[in-house]
Design a protein around this ligand. Structure first.
Ligand SMILES: NC(=O)c1ccc[n+]([C@@H]2O[C@H](COP(=O)([O-])OP(=O)(O)OC[C@H]3O[C@@H](n4cnc5c(N)ncnc54)[C@H](O)[C@@H]3O)[C@@H](O)[C@H]2O)c1
Length: 694
């Protein structure tokens, strides 16, 4: 065996040369891997006793993509194109033997090979779209030649990998192999030589492209089918254009077109934001004073207190990953109702074909309902989701303190109450932490973990680890009213209300945010959540929100009653309602407000700049560890479009000085202290800096 570079070895087995890549952890395409493949291949080609070549990987996976540490650095040759050209033009057959995940550049390597075999649990994908890019090493040209235009488009536009059986069905691999992978790859290559099979160069394949040539309707239908989920993103359209080029242009020209479309994306604000966000998400896992080697409690059993809207959803997250979970309620009736909602949720998923009825039963079997509080005694983590009332929470935590294991993590899902006060109801505040899930808790990925003043490092590290285990994106925040997400949302809500009184209408405000990229604006969101919840809370506190209250007084509680800020048809399609407009105009008149035309730019600035300003306060108060954590919260919890990075990234793109100056203009015009820039915003604006480079 010869070491070609630090990560690539060349070996020979009989008449087959074997190139093995060993670049842990995921065999990324680092410079020394590209060099090793290039030089190793040349040696194998020069070796007259080798008749075929196998490319295989050591460790847990085939090449799973680019080396992200090389991102943004000047490229060092050989480039991937040069390596792929050498593979494809090899006069000796080259076979890729694949296990684990062949992703991105890894899959593009296999597409340059003449044959591909894979293990039965291998996965194949081109996920570049998730970074706002397209597969830039021939993937857009080669994949459709192999799997066909429609399958290729759907793989590249979704970015989701496919399984080996599907890959076999679509011709992406030639065989599913068993046993030792290198041996299987060698045996396959041997067979190719013995049977004198042709060198199948993907660049020369045309039958699957010919099938759609002159049929633009295929592309039109595809664009339409993905329009909703790709709205606002730039990469999906460039991928479609690149595949159109694959169909209409000769291979080398198609590659040139792919390059142009790739560079356009690389320099686009959308991809910059998406690549920023990729790192932001990874960064959020790091907590400066809770190092990665902090002992974490192994969670084998969980308990959830309360089987309401949130409790049921939270419990599902545990069952989904195979962790048994006990759900505790006060009354049998509430328990039965809660568990039947969980069952219905699972059955709905099954009816859409996304899980089997057997899975439903398996997950339900992991859920145990009880009204006996002492059932939490063997849980490693308990998450409380009872009514949002401090005395109730304290009573629950005092009881937990009495019965839970001494080393259990005790978490509260409160959205507004003080985690420290809740912790004070126990004799072990170091084990208490907030775990703020978002509704619907079985769907939303965001988890704000709220660190109490006394939460121990192990408690924090465990809450973060459990969050990841149940497929959430946990972000650590500190104690304050509303934590990070809702605290910023509140600022947006204040302006939304003012805007409609001053002259805009709910649908105009909502449209501005929808066009910005949010799934919906504040009024549509209120209608979806139900207007009665806030109304009841305001009545309890003896306060009024004039427009909202008058709408509720008409029995208009939002979508569930067919009317709220909008009226809804029987398919829940909204339309603006003159009755609501009249309420707004009446209230404005009574308040002495002269309504005026407000343009979309002002609406956007007034909704989003206050959020950024609040973000600055949150940073200065150290409620969030870093600006990028705030962005992760807004993308995963509130539908901020990822191609705009998040509110703090977005603010940096605008420039903090113009943003601050615009706030000062609003302040001058209204005399409203609401518009006072946060000290941190002022300092950064004056210094010409951004939140992310402070
Ligand atoms: N609904 C949301 O969108 C949302 C989002 C994030 C956080 N939260 C928080 O989650 C918590 C629960 O909210 P929800 O919307 O699920 O409320 P909910 O009213 O739907 O459910 C609360 C459940 O707790 C049960 N309960 C009350 N006291 C109990 C006790 N002592 N022991 C056991 N069970 C008890 C009730 O019977 C009820 O089923 C609150 O703290 C809330 O602020 C809610």
């Amino acid at each position: 065996m010869t070491a070609i570079t630090q990560s690539v070895d060349l070996d020979r087995r009989g008449r087959v040369a074997v190139l093995t890549v060993n670049n842990p952890p995921v065999n990324a395409l680092s410079q020394h891997v590209r060099q090793g493949l290039h030089d190793g291949l040349k040696q194998a080609l020069a070796d007259s006793s080798a008749s075929a070549i196998v490319i295989v990987c050591a460790g847990r996976t085939f090449i799973a993509g680019a080396d992200i540490t090389e991102f943004g650095k000047p490229p060092v040759p050989p480039g991937l194109h040069a390596v792929l050209d050498l593979i494809e033009s090899s006069p000796k057959p080259v076979v890729a033997a694949i296990h684990g995940t062949a992703l991105g550049g890894g899959l593009e390597v296999t597409l340059a090979c003449h044959y591909r075999v894979g293990t039965k649990d291998a996965r194949f994908g081109l996920p570049e779209v998730k970074l706002g890019l397209l597969p830039g090493a021939g993937g857009t040209q080669r994949l459709p030649r192999v799997v066909g235009v429609e399958k290729g488009l759907s793989m590249m536009v979704s970015g989701d990998p496919i399984r080996a059986d599907e890959a076999l069905k679509h011709g992406l691999i030639d065989e599913i192999v068993e046993g030792d992978l290198t041996a299987a790859g060698v045996a396959f290559a041997d067979k190719v030589v013995t049977e004198r099979r042709p060198l199948r160069k993907v660049r020369d394949l045309d039958d699957k492209l010919a099938a759609v040539r002159g049929k633009p309707e295929v592309f039109a239908a595809f664009r339409k089918s993905v329009a909703r989920q790709t709205r606002g993103f730039r990469a999906p359209e460039n991928i479609v254009k690149a595949v159109e080029a694959a169909v209409s242009l000769p291979f080398d020209e198609g590659i040139k077109r792919e390059r142009e479309l790739f560079l356009e994306l690389l320099n686009s604000p959308e991809s910059q934001a998406q690549r920023y966000f990729f790192f932001a998400e990874r960064e959020a896992a790091k907590i400066p004073d809770v190092p990665a080697d902090t002992p974490v409690k192994d969670v084998r059993k969980a308990a959830v207190i309360g089987a309401g809207t949130m409790g049921g959803g939270i419990a599902m997250n545990f069952a989904n990953v195979g962790i048994p979970v006990t759900v505790v309620e006060v009354k049998q009736e509430a328990l039965d109702r809660g568990l039947s909602v969980v069952r219905k949720n699972y059955e709905n998923t099954a009816s859409k074909g996304r899980m089997t009825m057997q899975d439903v039963e398996k997950r339900m079997a992991l859920l145990t309902g009880t009204t006996d509080f002492s059932a939490v005694k063997d849980a490693d983590i308990v998450i409380e989701a009872v009514f949002e009332e401090m005395p109730v929470k304290k009573e629950v935590f005092a009881k937990l303190d009495a019965v839970a294991r001494p080393d259990a993590v005790l978490a509260t899902n409160t959205s507004t109450l003080d985690v420290n006060e809740i912790a004070s109801a126990t004799k072990r505040p170091e084990s208490v932490i907030g775990m703020h899930f978002f509704s619907p808790a079985n769907v939303m990925r965001l988890l704000e973990n709220v660190r109490g003043a006394k939460s121990s490092k192990t408690t924090i590290a465990t809450a973060m680890a459990v969050g990841r285990r149940i497929n959430k994106v946990p972000v650590l925040v500190g104690v304050c009213y509303g934590f990070v997400g809702n605290r910023m949302l509140h600022q947006r809500g204040i302006q939304a209300e003012k805007l409609i009184l001053e002259g805009a209408l709910p649908h105009q405000v909502d449209k501005v945010l929808y066009d910005f990229g949010f799934p919906m604006g504040p009024f549509a969101m209120s209608d979806l959540a139900g207007l009665d919840v806030g109304w009841r809370i305001r009545k309890g506190r003896g306060v009024r929100s004039e427009v909202a209250d008058r709408i509720c007084e008409l029995g208009r509680f939002g979508q569930k009653t067919g009317a709220g800020y909008y009226k809804y048809d029987d398919k829940r399609n909204p339309s603006p309602d003159s009755e609501v407009e009249k309420i707004i105009v009446d209230v404005a008149t009574e308040m002495g407000i002269t309504r005026r035309h407000i343009d979309d730019e002002e609406i956007l600035q007034r909704l989003l700049y206050p959020m950024v300003n609040e973000g600055a306060k949150i940073l200065e108060e150290k409620i969030a560890i870093r600006a990028s954590d705030i962005d992760v919260i807004w993308v995963y919890g509130y539908g901020w479009p990822v191609y705009r990075g998040g509110p703090m990234f977005w603010a940096d793109q605008i420039g903090l000085r113009p943003l601050r100056d615009r706030m000062l203009q609003f302040q001058k015009a209204t005399g409203d202290p609401f518009w006072t820039p946060a000290p941190l915003l002022n300092r950064l604006a004056d210094a010409g800096k951004g939140f992310l480079d402070r």
